[in-house]
Design a protein around this ligand. Structure first.
Ligand code: ARG
Ligand code: GLU
Length: 719
């Protein structure tokens, strides 16, 4: 009988735990050991070395981390890179004004002189990745205290990073994997002169807007084109007119041949953050508390911004980029919590934990090591939940008010100034110079921010009990007879932190007037809030997070011991990863089956003249009417626009190249489907799909629509 029970549980365990087909974000230097057989079986024609190699040129040399948060790919031997429209959005907005509205009309450089340098956009290319776990943990024993551990890890890492780049122009950083069970070193080249080459109008690049965002079927032409510039030695350099186009080690060929359902696909890029190994206590908090709170706060914020953006073009342009990013995660969290609830993620996690415990308890050594994990997590999450809620209010409510958010930067500046005045070592001059570059107020509209301030303060007071609020803020409110509207008006008419001119003047003469600004009411409130959080919230929160991290670290170790046949992949952490799957459709609900690709015909079907999100440029309609499709049409005679596949992706994978089995580009990743947004926490192979822009649509727009076909001469097209 015992044997039978054991057999049954182990069957259940393995069926739950073997990585499901298509799930996983793999480290490229490990695919040779872990995945290559499976990839070949599924249609990959390349060797592991053609995908990742340190000494020979490989695909990895053409994968770019774009502006820190997105991915791009190199598609010409002159450093031309392709990414999403939404990844280039802040750059497009930066170059736009009411007179030169590139957001609305698009922009295309017709030669290299017209390419626009964009400050703050970087392009990072990985040189090599190295397992440095042993070196990072050197000197730590079972007796080392937690605090000591941290400082050893920090010191070791610093030294390893320094050694790794000695005598080179490279940069290096180390990241923990599996909650600190492993450490990897990344040596990178970081290019700082990146220029905007072109972007379609938003009616193409953002077609469908927030209504279609995170949804399938999709028709967004979500791409933009940039170019990396280097110095004469082909090395990264600050912007200079003397810089020249970067010569890459690998150029990605572009396939015009298309794909069909079931074809192998591979996405190579920089996924930002996933949390696949969380406990049921964490999932409970996310789906039942944190996601719902953040969604409701963002709803309020979006409606206020939207109201003002509709009234004025200047406000629309100023807030466009921010609105899009606030709206994006608002919808993501909504999809995530809906999915987690609908597919009963909590019960699934609980079941898994029960089975894990059963396996652990059957072995004395394992029981001793792993048997108490969930009891401890349960206890910690009870405290952590309360703090986490306060932090959600901090970032989604208080710091959503620009005047407060900006004045927080000035707090740092004052602190440095004080050190300087006392003759201590300080960073005042460097910080001041940095802030002068930050252009805080380029996208600011005081009346909108004032409305936001009033609304957000009201939310804060409503949602956070007074014993969890800074006393100074409350007394300020009481001093205004509990009239938040009056108080907000007072703040905004008596502050220097809500006006571009005043704030800039302040930076120019900072040392002279600093005392004055410290008495500014907005500054006064912000410092009260920041002080409160740094004394009463953040330290305890970090303490809890540390405890959780240690337990998660143990939990993964335990899983690796219990489920020996399972291949584990580390959670995304903005490092280079490979994920592979197949071109595939899905069934969103009973009785409905979606096709795996969309076409220009569908764009015309969705067209709503003059609509904010579904309007179209006349030229695209003309091309459609004339069927002027050139070499870009599919076998069905239509222009393909987007397709779905089962690659496990997340935020940060935007702009990632999607390859066929030959390592040729078939599209640019830009989104996920609504039913699959929960995949950051729990992956479901039947429902989770990544959404890719078909590269033939990209080229069709560049060539036929924008008349920038000259760029195609730089590319390697496979016909
Ligand atoms: N959902 C995609 C991503 O997470 C695209 C977002 C940009 N589009 C938008 N309508 N806000 O980044
Ligand atoms: N649009 C996302 C990004 O900016 C990709 C979609 C996702 O989260 O998978 O990275």
């Amino acid at each position: 009988m015992k044997k039978l029970i054991f057999l049954i549980t182990s069957i259940c365990l393995s069926s739950i735990n073997l990585v499901r087909a298509d799930e996983g974000m793999w480290l490229p230097q490990l695919i040779n050991a872990l995945n290559i057989k499976d990839m070949k079986k599924n249609g990959l024609k390349l060797t592991a070395e053609q995908i990742y190699s340190v000494n020979k040129s490989s695909l990895k040399d053409a994968i770019v981390q774009f502006a820190g948060g997105c991915t791009a790919e190199i598609i010409s031997d002159q450093g031309l890179i392709l990414t999403n429209h939404h990844c280039g959005y802040s750059a497009i907005a930066y170059h736009s004004s009411v007179e030169k509205d590139y957001l609305t009309n698009g922009y295309w450089a017709m030669n290299k002189n017209e390419e626009l340098y964009t400050p703050n956009i970087t392009a990072t290319i990985i040189q090599r990745i190295e397992d440095v776990t042993d070196k990072v943990l050197k000197g730590i024993t079972s007796n080392t205290s937690e605090v000591k551990k941290d400082s050893i890890i920090k010191a070791n890492s610093k030294w390893i990073e320094k050694e790794a780049i000695k005598g080179t122009h490279y940069e290096a950083f180390i990241r923990p994997f599996f909650y600190g069970n492993e450490y990897y070193l990344f040596v990178v080249e970081n290019f700082k002169d990146v220029r905007m080459v072109g972007a379609p109008p938003s009616s193409i690049g953002k077609f469908g807007g927030d209504t279609d965002n995170w949804m399938w079927p999709r028709h967004t032409g979500d791409f933009s084109v940039f170019r990396i510039y280097a110095n004469k030695n082909n090395e990264p350099a600050e912007y200079s007119p003397d810089n020249v186009p970067y010569k890459p080690k690998h150029v990605i060929p572009i396939s015009l041949k298309g794909y069909k359902k079931g074809d192998f696909t591979m996405v190579y890029g920089f996924p930002g953050r996933t949390q696949e190994y969380l406990s049921s206590y964490a999932v409970d908090m996310i789906m039942n508390e944190s996601d719902p709170l953040k969604v409701s706060l963002r709803e309020k914020r979006l409606s206020i911004m939207n109201e003002d953006m509709l009234k004025s073009d200047a406000v629309r342009i100023a807030y466009a980029s921010r609105y899009a990013s606030v709206a994006n995660y608002h919808k993501k969290w909504l999809g995530e919590m809906t999915g987690l609830k609908k597919y009963d993620a909590l019960t699934k996690k609980q079941l898994f934990e029960k089975q894990f415990l059963e396996a652990v308890n059957a072995d004395v050594v394992k029981k001793e090591k792993y048997g108490d994990i969930f009891n401890q997590l349960e206890k910690i999450y009870k405290e952590y939940k309360v703090l986490s809620k306060q932090v959600d209010y901090y970032s989604e409510c208080l710091m959503a008010i620009d005047a407060l958010y900006y004045s927080r930067f000035y707090m740092t500046l004052f602190a440095e100034l004080k050190k300087k005045q006392k003759g201590q070592s300080h960073n005042f001059d460097a910080t001041l110079a940095d802030y002068k570059k930050l252009i805080f107020f380029k996208n600011y509209h005081k009346p909108t921010d004032l409305k936001l301030c009033e609304a957000m303060l009201n939310e804060y007071i409503k949602g956070v009990p007074s014993n969890n609020r800074p006393y100074v803020l409350d007394s300020f409110i009481v001093a205004h007879k509990n009239d938040v509207k009056k108080m907000t008006e007072f703040l905004y008419s008596n502050t220097s932190f809500a006006d571009k001119d005043k704030a800039e003047a302040m930076l120019n003469d900072f040392e002279k007037f600093s005392n004055l600004y410290e008495r500014d009411p907005v500054y006064y409130i912000t410092s009260a809030i920041v002080k409160y959080y740094s004394v009463s919230v953040f330290p305890q929160l970090q303490y809890n997070e540390r405890e959780i991290n240690e337990l998660q670290k143990l939990y993964i170790q335990g899983q690796q011991e219990v489920f020996k046949d399972k291949k584990f992949y580390p959670d995304a952490n903005s490092t280079l990863r490979i994920t592979y799957g197949k071109v595939n459709n899905y069934i969103p609900k009973d009785g409905v089956e979606y096709n795996y690709y969309t076409t220009l015909d569908g764009i015309i079907e969705k067209y709503i003249p003059k609509d904010e999100e579904f309007d179209l440029p006349q030229k695209l309609i003309d091309l459609y009417n004339k069927k002027d499709y050139g070499q870009y049409a599919n076998k069905d005679g239509k222009i393909p626009v987007a397709f779905t596949a089962s690659n496990h992706t997340t935020g940060g994978n935007s702009g990632s190249p999607v390859f066929n089995g030959n390592g040729e580009l078939i599209g640019t990743n830009f989104d996920r489907n609504w039913e699959g947004t929960m995949s950051d926490i729990m992956y479901n192979p039947n429902l989770c799909r990544n959404i890719t822009l078909d590269v033939r649509y990209t080229l069709f727009i560049i060539d036929k629509f924008a008349g920038a076909g000259y760029l195609l001469n730089e590319m390697k097209l496979i016909k």
